[in-house]
Design a protein around this ligand. Sequence first.
Ligand SMILES: Cc1cc2nc3c(=O)[nH]c(=O)nc-3n(C[C@H](O)[C@H](O)[C@H](O)COP(=O)(O)OP(=O)(O)OC[C@H]3O[C@@H](n4cnc5c(N)ncnc54)[C@H](O)[C@@H]3O)c2cc1C
Length: 403
Amino acid sequence: MDADVVVIGAGALGLTTALHCAMSGRSVAVVERHTAGSQASGRAAGLFKSVQADELRTRLARRSITKAVTFADWAGTPLAVTRPGSFLIARTVQHREFLQRELAQSRRWGVDVCEAAPPAGRARLSYYHPAGEDFALWCPEDVYIEEPTSLIQACLAACQRHGAVVAENEPVIGIAVTGSRVTGVETEHRSIMAPVVVDAAGAWVRQVAELAGARVPVAAVRHQLLITAPTAQVDPADPIVRVVDAAVYLRPARGGLMVGGFESDPLPVDPQHEPASFSTDDLPLDVGVLRRLAGQVSAEAPAAVSTPVAEHRGGLFTMSPDGRFVAGPVPDRTGLWVASGCNGSGFSSSLALGEALATWITIGTPPAGLSALSPGRFGPLPDDDLLSRGLWQYAHYYDPAAS
Ligand SMILES: Cc1cc2nc3c(=O)[nH]c(=O)nc-3n(C[C@H](O)[C@H](O)[C@H](O)COP(=O)(O)OP(=O)(O)OC[C@H]3O[C@@H](n4cnc5c(N)ncnc54)[C@H](O)[C@@H]3O)c2cc1C
């Protein structure tokens, strides 16, 4: 089998890139080691966030929201999206000032966001009751996808409709390189020749790039969430809540409450140092991390701590030193592309990032601003720096500019 484009990895970033390449008339093969969406993408919280730290990420995030809610119109297959909006809440002076800055800059970048009513005015929110004075932003554009696998299934159906082939249970074990040019991939079953190879292997992106002698500047870091049993304390129609000083997010889920967050001392897990068979199912989970995070909002959201846990899941983020995606052509390896550096937003930004990458691949020039995400932008960064900066970005997911 030959193709114009081979994508390695059928997560959100790989599938959306493949879909947009196929929609641009390219023949596309996606090769997946396990099953589509079985790693980070199938475990995501499904949250989309319009307020972002810089203009490019804001543009990608908002474009993704538009593409998600109009998915059937342009991709030809249905996708259910819940559109309740979100509150961004700050309970400290420092974080209030941070949100005020985010409000001003996000509005400048076109986001529909405003200061929310004072706590008393938000009393109707079923599962979050302000316990004191706080400051909140109302973000009506924000949405979520209830089950992350529905985005994967919608992308798979759309890929099929547009002629992209997705091969599951077929690990890539080699990348063919002639001179400095990539010419295809070797899987456990066959060779696929292609002038363009996209490494979208999630937490395995570095290992896969190394098959071509290339380096991708990301560090893999664990992230977890839980979903409580159904409870009358949660109205399923209620908005998303993000408490930025606690680094906690909450949303209705399956009749209960989803609780996730960003601990200050996250766990790095480098698949290169794990057995070759390592997958997300082998990731050690620690519900204590989530209990501690939930404890920080127990006064406001008692269901987060008092309701039994129905599901606890986790996976790996790919963190970059500056918190931005790592996407584009790899320097010195013509034909090799990367779609990575999710920094915890790869699920929600995938529809726009996949679209932008496909445009870059097919037209040959980067869409406005995209070259800033180049995999080569950090130069030869030592692994220790890569890790420490990635961990910092994780711990400051909601407030990268608050300190
Ligand atoms: C608990 C949790 C909650 C999250 N919540 C959100 C959220 O609310 N919003 C948001 O935007 N993001 C969220 N994220 C982050 C989001 O899940 C990731 O950014 C996104 O899924 C990354 O997609 P990906 O395609 O890069 O990776 P993956 O989904 O991991 O896909 C990579 C694929 O590559 C495959 N692969 C690896 N090696 C090979 C090989 N050698 N050959 C072939 N295939 C290979 C893997 O099997 C895998 O399927 C969350 C993540 C977690 C873990």
